[in-house]
Design a protein around this ligand. Sequence first.
Ligand code: SAM
Length: 629
Amino acid sequence: MDGTTGGPLIETARLAWRDGQPVSEQFGDVYFSRENGLEETRYVFLHHNHLPERFLQLSDKDTFVIAETGFGTGLNFLAAWQAFRQYAPASARLHFVSVERYPLGSADLERALALWPELAPLARELAHNYPQPVSGCHRLVIDQARVRLTLYFGDALEAFDSLEFSADAWFLDGFAPACNPGLWQDRLIRQVREHSHRGTTLATFTAVGRVRRALSDVGFRMERVAGFGPKRDMLRGVLEQGSHRSAEPTGQILVVGAGIAGAMVARNLAVRGYQVTVADQGESPGAGASGNPQGALYAKLGVQLNDQVRLALAALLHAQRFYPAETPEQWHPTGLLMMGYSEHERERQQKFLRANTYPRTVLYPVDDQKASDLTGIACPQGGLWFPRSGWLEPARVCQSLLEHPNIRTEFQFRATRLLPCNNRWCLSGEGRQDLVADTVILAAGHLTRQLMPVTGEFRIKAIRGQITGIPSDRLTAAPRAVVTGARYLNPPADGQLVTGATFDLRDNDPLVRTNSHQENLEGLDSMLPGLLAPRIKPTDDITGRVSFRCTTHDYQPIVGPLVNGEGNTLGGAWLFTGLGSKGLMWAPLMAEYLADLITGEPLALPHSLTRRVHPARCLAAARTSESPA
Ligand code: SAM
């Protein structure tokens, strides 16, 4: 049993409760000491990694990275977080990387952590953000972004092969080697070394000779010290080889584009304590493709659980945590129906359901009756129901993300070119003084291509999309949830319902057109017959908006370093575009990942997924332009 089912649902921990304490049935071992688990954690992991002293010594914007084998109940994490709050300066941040093959269900997690009343506020915040039982990597941003938790649901060995981070301290937990030989392999020990740097410390409750020798063989100076309570001894170690961890200098950061991508990454970096300037040609945020009055939050998940699906699912789940917490006023958690609107789509959904098990909190199938109950309108077909999805007001989301004291905006800045100058980047704009920065992020949708200082083919295209706004009284009923299918339809806002959008390849007409309205209305009518008032015409009091989505050849976003045709990165320049028609879904996780890359923190995505978004795949035969200043 590898802990996974068909699809992303992961097998959770089976617990027995003995004297009110959790015991793992899968491993036949206790999660923590029966006497005093919290004191043991403090002694074994915090004290022997010298964490209180090391937290005290952190300086401004430092990030301290702890890695752990076996998240279990999260007790170690909470204890470390509590100590960090107590000892670290306010501007320092904690990053905790952990893995768990059998995640506790939420109810079990809460029950286990209720044993520690002094941790109650932290336990509540963890429980509130705790991921759904989906295999793979989850990134939680908590304690007002002072603490990040990268939590990989799956096997530790697989996780440490695919995650990118360098730990300052290790908590080698994960049950005793005798109960869990699958974990304590030499391969794990090599991985611990690979994710460490000179000065990295480790602590473990086990004192088994084989483990001590293996750790010392890879370069840790190991010591056997007194164990906690009745336990005779335990191990601690420090790596005395290799290079020190170096922080990435970011200098001044400039983001080009104030749409959902630019606003999201600017906000993310600002919250991490960096000063960011955002330039955009529009007069206000979200002037381009992110300026529609409504946008649905959803992902189309393919039948085969491949990396593409894993990436979209990770982004969707992250977005469903992000918006309620960060932009609650623009977030409408109505639920979303992906309707089986055609024979083809119904078949696809059936195949999808046969091949995959998803947690019901992510999605579940509904018939036409249930779909009608949930959406409040007569649905001729059922489909897939996403209970935690909904819709957003994209332009206002962009606006609210940019409202942060560390963000300065430059609107009506029509960028014309970007060039390297004296190891920095210089952005010229029509009739404006140049903007100079050490780090530049191009997040200007399809306009990004014009600014990239490289030549050659770059595989993005602008796809025209027109939406149609229908006055509420022109519909026989209004949905109370988002419905997607041949078209999407959102619940009413400001007296109208938005539907769309057209998908017009090789069409650069910026004007609203009657035939596009016609197409949207027909699409809507075919999906939800009888909803539109009879004889509604595109010329009636119907409104529209045209924008251009930036789409890639493989429909995956572009997030990462700017590279030239030889595959060399152009230091300090980054791309964040290609979000297609799913910008609201992609942006929170991709911004998190990009900010990790820029600041040199543990990455929010495993290698298998970073490959999918790397800019190099779009820049097949390009060359650096000739004449940098
Ligand atoms: N640190 C935990 C806490 O604070 O509650 C206690 C950890 S408990 C002793 C060990 C955990 O390691 C269990 O939750 C178990 O499921 C997990 N584990 C064991 N083998 C694993 C493996 N190969 N990969 C990932 N997790 C594993």
